[in-house]
Design a binder for this molecule. Sequence first.
Ligand code: ADP
Ligand code: ASP
Ligand code: MG
Length: 409
Amino acid sequence: MALIVQKYGGTSVGSIEKIRGVAEKVIASHQAGNQMVVVLSAMAGQTDTLIDLAMEATQDPDPRELDVLMATGEQVSVALFAMVVKSLGYDARSLLGFQVAIHTDHLYGKAKIQDIDRERIERNLNQNRIVTVAGFQGLDKNGDITTLGRGGSDTTAVALAAALDADVCEIFTDVDGVYTTDPNICPKATKMAFISYEEMLEMASLGAKVLEIRAVEFAKKFGVPIHVRSTFSDERGTMVVAETKDMEKVMVSGITYNKNEARVTIKKVPDQPGTASKIFDPIFKTGIVVDMILQNTSEDGLTDLTFTVPKTDFYKTMKLVSEVAEEIGAEKVLGDEDIAKVSIIGVGMRTHAGVAKKMFEALAGENINIMMISTSEIKISCVIEEKYTELAVRILHSTFGLDNEKNAL
Ligand code: ADP
Ligand code: ASP
Ligand code: MG
């Protein structure tokens, strides 16, 4: 008998008919003798609808109340799922984050899981029930509801799998595995049988939303094997596992893109000690995550500073930076939301030379201008104009030999 944690995303539970399909799948596994813990997302589009409602109510929704609102999406799914399972003659119990309890810190909208109580889930499993847990939500130490950030149901699932010592964590979604790039924009993308935690971490952090980054961090830290697979077929998907020697043979294993960042440039900043900290302090204090930072060499004691932030934090950042810019006597602040970051990823980059050159040449060959570059041991990212995203992804995919011609037919 195995303990299996399964997670089904929004499109997988997008209608009652689909919830019934998921229930049948789960029951089959339960019938085969496994203990089943099923994490669900909100029905497709529901979280966006809730956010729109909040924005209609006020331009600047109170973060605590926004989490109370957003958490309702998952409550609907687990209740409907448990009803359906029961109607099919099996026992099920739905649990919200606070009922489990899933303890988090108190950063509303971006809360981090700190600890999970096993007792209530285990008690229900021992009563031969299928347990369904609302994804994406937790409880802070004041007893308030928190949410984990977009895509956070993946994190709930992996954290539960770690806490319960599950045999596997299966992430069911609308694609049948992790591909070399998003199969929805590159038809020649190739499905991977395996991917290392490290590469998956980079892919997730650089935009491949098939798995949420924190979920991968948890999996790596606690050694939870993740199987990413399709809700709508029984085919094997992709196993996310520790690195193997074979993986280094491939130079680049994946391409990602991220259209959710914006660029901020502060022109003619006085080049003095302490300026950067003055600029970034207020941004960091509000919890905004700065990604790439670029500072030009100074001319006449003045320099330009450019960085990127999530688009959702763009206006807040522009406001904060404009205030500091005036205070430190910088010339002006420019913003650009029409950018995208394309990245190439591979543990093999550590041992192969000339990867960056090949990437820049491929982009130049399509007349795509590179605005910013950042590199790490196993990835290279370039910021480009947003309108060239799809073209850049496809050209890099083919340049690094990842095209699967069969998929294009
Ligand atoms: P869910 O609602 O099940 O959580 P998501 O929409 O969050 O699903 O994630 C699945 C989507 O991730 C796919 O539909 C696909 O467009 C996108 N995606 C991006 N990059 C990749 C990749 N490398 N491999 C597979 N899917 C990817
Ligand atoms: N419903 C949440 C979202 O749309 C969490 C999730 O689906 O994982 O982001
Ligand atoms: Mg998701």
